[in-house]
Design a binder for this molecule. Structure first.
Ligand SMILES: Nc1ncnc2c1ncn2[C@@H]1O[C@H](COP(=O)(O)OP(=O)(O)O)[C@@H](O)[C@H]1O
Ligand SMILES: [Mg+2]
Length: 369
């Protein structure tokens, strides 16, 4: 699978742009604020129906425009799939081959992708939310029924919280408790199974990039000595006071386990980025095995925070995955890739194909007429 054509209109600082990425390696280079991140964000939006930076869609619509429109042609097993997104103040419209019934989930199925950007370290240094999302992303790809289950659980959580806030009777709270526990235990079970299946790959990528052992442990979001039902009962008083559910899979974490020496190294932003990148690459690896096709891997300024050796290791692991890679850099640095990439230059939101073989050498002698 690869995205063979992409166009964007009205997205952040980008002009009306169109380009044809290489099926292996594409490099987008340009100065600060030229539009590199915007371009990757637009590509990611086409595969997720939302920003990877968590930016609200209204911030992504170009100043002065009323909507943005993205389009991609994706080759899947020799078949051309057309994917489009239109986002106006009225909301998101997502189409896959003209069908708009599937929403963002249909986008993700057509263009599964992962992103490594300069904020990726948050996966390691930030709170549990990002790690939970990471594990859920894996679960969505490994367990086809997980998405529906997860949505049902979210609904039960919302209803239980509404009942706690006094919008329902004690009986309705008890009814939502039963539903919440039934679905919550299942969400918990799938996540544990997914982590167990992913563990070896996560460890291998982690030690490959950091040169040290890293382990991963799932924390359910309630005391492991009790059932979810018992934990809910123990927290009922507090839940009623706060009006929200304090325990459950929505409070789970994917804990990273490492020794003291490693902990000292992981104070460094560069090391955090390496570990987080290892997790993203492991997830990409697993999803590619399950889907039996390469993913799109977007690397925004991979060189940021990394020394040359670490960057080399990271790009070496990226190359081994065989994903379709689109990376950005400040300078035209083709040595990031093991094979010549297709190169584009971005300047003030405009994208141009760069001449093959790098910038032309300066001539000392004038051309003959
Ligand atoms: N909604 C928007 N409309 C127009 N320009 C925007 C919008 N949002 C951000 N920008 C501009 O886009 C530019 C940043 O582009 P970005 O893709 O982050 O650059 P780079 O990654 O190359 O440093 C900034 O100049 C910013 O002001
Ligand atoms: Mg940027």
């Amino acid at each position: 699978m690869s995205i063979s054509r992409f166009t964007a209109q009205g997205f952040r600082c980008l002009g009306t742009i169109g380009f044809e990425p290489d099926s292996d390696y594409t490099l987008i280079y340009g100065a600060n604020a030229s539009g590199k991140t915007s371009l990757l964000e637009a590509l990611a939006y086409l595969g997720r129906g939302k920003s990877f930076r968590g930016a609200p869609p209204t911030n992504l619509i170009q100043h002065g425009a009323h909507e943005f429109v993205l389009f991609g042609q994706i080759e899947i097993w020799g078949r051309q799939v057309r994917v489009g997104v239109r986002n106006s103040r009225a909301g998101l419209e997502a189409k896959v081959d003209g069908d708009s019934s599937g929403g963002a989930a249909a986008l993700a199925a057509a263009l599964p992708l992962q992103v490594i950007d300069p904020d990726v370290h948050n996966l390691v240094s930030g709170g549990p939310d990002e790690r939970r999302r990471f594990l859920d992303w894996l679960a969505f790809h490994v367990e086809p029924e997980y998405l529906a289950l997860w949505r049902q659980f979210r609904r039960a959580l919302k209803q239980r919280n509404a009942a706690l806030k006094g919008n329902g009777s004690r009986e309705s709270l008890a009814a939502w408790d039963t539903e919440f526990c039934r679905l919550g235990e299942r969400v918990d079970g799938v996540r544990k199974a997914v982590l167990e299946a992913a563990l070896e790959t996560l460890q291998a990528h982690g030690s490959g990039l950091l040169g040290a052992d890293i382990d991963f442990r799932y924390a359910s979001g309630w005391s492991k000595d009790s059932s979810l039902r018992e934990a809910l009962e123990q927290h009922l008083e507090r839940d009623c006071v706060l009006g929200t559910t304090q325990v459950g899979p929505h409070r789970a974490d994917l804990r990273l386990i490492y020794d003291e020496r490693q902990a000292r190294r992981l104070v460094s932003r560069g090391q955090q980025k390496l570990l987080a990148s290892a997790m993203v690459l492991a997830a990409t690896d697993i999803a590619q095995t399950v889907l039996e096709r390469p993913l799109l891997l977007l690397l925004d300024d991979p060189a940021a925070e990394l020394d040359r050796v670490s960057l080399g290791r990271l790009m070496g692991q990226v190359a081994e995955l065989g994903s379709q890679v689109i990376a950005t850099s400040l300078e035209r640095d083709e040595s990031l890739f093991p094979a010549a990439p297709r190169v584009f230059h971005v300047e003030q939101g405009e994208l141009r194909a760069a001449a093959r073989g790098g910038p032309r050498p300066v001539r000392n002698t004038p051309d003959r007429p």
